[in-house]
Ligand binder design. Structure first.
Ligand code: N6E
Length: 176
């Protein structure tokens, strides 16, 4: 159980793209990272601005979370994610915004990430994430998601700090 009122909350999405060439080219030579890196954005505005996060955003009326995550990644960094797969879901509650956040993992994409008005993208090795400049609760679940796992969580923040954290791994996450 996520939260008794989770169904009533606005929905948002996050995309965690993992890329790694199997060829031996050093990072950057063919425009793609060499081994197991993940794409994060430095958010320029909105919820969590200034932090490193996965690209994503709020689900619009009539849109599924999967459609939203594809649209948001295109808007924020100009690439098309081809195989978003549901990897987790969490309820976020804070002093000023509550949401249910659908987390996707992807490995296939078309295009090259570019800076936009909303976001500055960068690749990070999956085992060297900028955790001190990310949502504190990302460290609970992001390594698991990048490794292909699933989770369900409930994160209550107060004054910008996690006040109540509950995560379960290896769960069935309904795909939508
Ligand atoms: C512990 N809590 C959290 N941990 C990690 N990520 C979190 C989060 N709580 C919210 N998020 C993400 O923050 C974005 C908000 O959406 P946000 O970018 O403001 O919306 P959108 O792009 O639609 O923009 P505008 O409202 O037009 O500015 C969206 O990706 C959502 O998944």
């Amino acid at each position: 159980m996520l939260d008794d009122d989770a169904d009533e909350l606005p929905a948002a999405t996050l995309c965690h793209l993992v890329d790694g060439d199997d060829d031996d080219q050093p990072s950057g030579e063919d425009g793609r990272p060499a081994h197991d890196e993940t794409l994060l954005i430095r958010k320029k505005r909105g919820v969590g601005s200034g932090q490193w996060v996965g690209p994503g955003g709020k689900v619009e009326p009539g849109e599924t979370p999967r459609q939203c995550v594809v649209r948001e990644v295109r808007e924020e960094v100009g690439i098309d994610v081809l195989d978003p797969e549901k990897a987790g879901v969490f309820v976020y509650r804070s002093d000023d915004w509550d949401a249910v956040v659908h987390v996707f993992r992807a490995t296939e994409y078309a295009g090259t990430p570019e800076e936009t008005e909303e976001a500055d993208p960068a690749w990070f090795p999956v085992d060297d994430l900028p955790l001190s400049e990310m949502w504190q609760t990302d460290r609970e679940w992001l390594p698991v998601v990048l490794d292909g796992g699933t989770f369900r969580g409930r994160f209550v923040y107060s004054d910008g700090e996690p006040a109540d954290v509950d995560v379960t791994f290896g769960v069935d996450v309904r795909d939508n």
